[in-house]
Ligand binder design. Structure first.
Ligand SMILES: Cc1cc2nc3c(=O)[nH]c(=O)nc-3n(C[C@H](O)[C@H](O)[C@H](O)COP(=O)(O)OP(=O)(O)OC[C@H]3O[C@@H](n4cnc5c(N)ncnc54)[C@H](O)[C@@H]3O)c2cc1C
Length: 231
């Protein structure tokens, strides 16, 4: 079903007029676009975003839609380091006369947050969880998710916002540096009731999946969102 829906989404190309950029941290930026009237998605899904305003070899890349569907704009969030790829340089050069093209939405990483879920993010893997928790908070979905967020950034992406959702009772937040990965064990319970969602770079998702399986969690209780290509 998910595969069929994703395949169908590949046939529609949406135009995304660029609106503005917000700087989240020293090197992480969110790019906001006008939401096409006929485009709908669920929090946590991703799309294929194509650059049109510059000639590039790799002009299309997948990005999680970091905005929740309730926001006025559709956004993506990414790190732009001191030596950005041509794609990210082109993102930084966007102005209001430019548009990206979007194919999607894609992916089944779109659960409605519910009590008993454990979200595990590695770095930029926080983007789908931010969209899901923001959507739950906006729609006042009664949920108490546990979010374990591994990052080595001094200023963790979306920290203030996530803390406000914690204050409002939607999430219990644990932010940890990667060298404390072994502390993940204290949140793992194999009583069969918990559901685990894991997002981030390939290596992080693989290590987390292996750890969960070694603790007796069933494969069917783990959902993965792998950011292939993210280093
Ligand atoms: C389902 C899914 C969801 C994703 N969601 C996100 C998301 O929310 N946010 C996100 O950031 N990423 C996400 N990704 C990953 C994203 O698609 C990119 O692969 C990732 O952001 C790296 O992009 P890049 O252009 O820096 O990569 P690359 O082109 O692989 O470049 C990596 C690094 O190499 C160097 N480099 C590459 N080419 C050059 C060049 N020509 N000149 C100089 N230096 C160069 C640069 O330092 C660059 O940063 C997702 C991927 C998937 C599959």
């Amino acid at each position: 079903m998910g595969f069929f829906r994703d395949s169908m989404a590949m046939f529609t190309n949406y135009s995304l007029p660029f609106k503005y950029r917000t700087q989240e941290t020293e090197d992480i930026h969110t790019f906001h676009f006008e939401k096409p009237a006929d485009f709908s998605y669920e929090a946590g899904q991703y799309g294929l975003f194509k650059i049109n305003h510059e000639v590039l070899k790799n002009k299309t890349k997948p990005f999680t839609i970091s905005s929740s569907p309730d926001e006025d704009t559709l956004s993506i969030t990414t790190r732009v380091g001191s030596k950005p790829s041509p794609y990210k340089r082109a993102l930084m050069n966007l102005n209001v006369n430019h548009s990206l093209s979007l194919k999607g939405p894609i992916g089944t990483f779109n659960e409605t947050p519910a009590t008993g879920q454990i979200f595990i993010a590695g770095g930029m893997g926080i983007t789908p969880f931010r969209a899901m928790i923001k959507s739950a908070a906006f729609n006042k979905v009664p949920s108490k998710i546990t979010l374990i967020y591994f990052t080595d950034d001094e200023e963790p992406l979306f920290k203030d916002e996530l803390e406000s959702y914690e204050k409002d009772g939607f999430v219990t937040l644990h932010i940890k540096t990667y060298d404390r990965f072994s502390e993940l064990d204290q949140y793992i319970s194999d009583d069969g009731s918990a559901r685990y969602l894991v997002a981030g770079p390939d290596q992080f998702v693989t290590s987390t999946f292996t750890q969960l399986i070694s603790k007796g969690i069933k494969k069917k209780h783990i959902k993965k969102d792998v950011f292939y290509g993210y280093k």
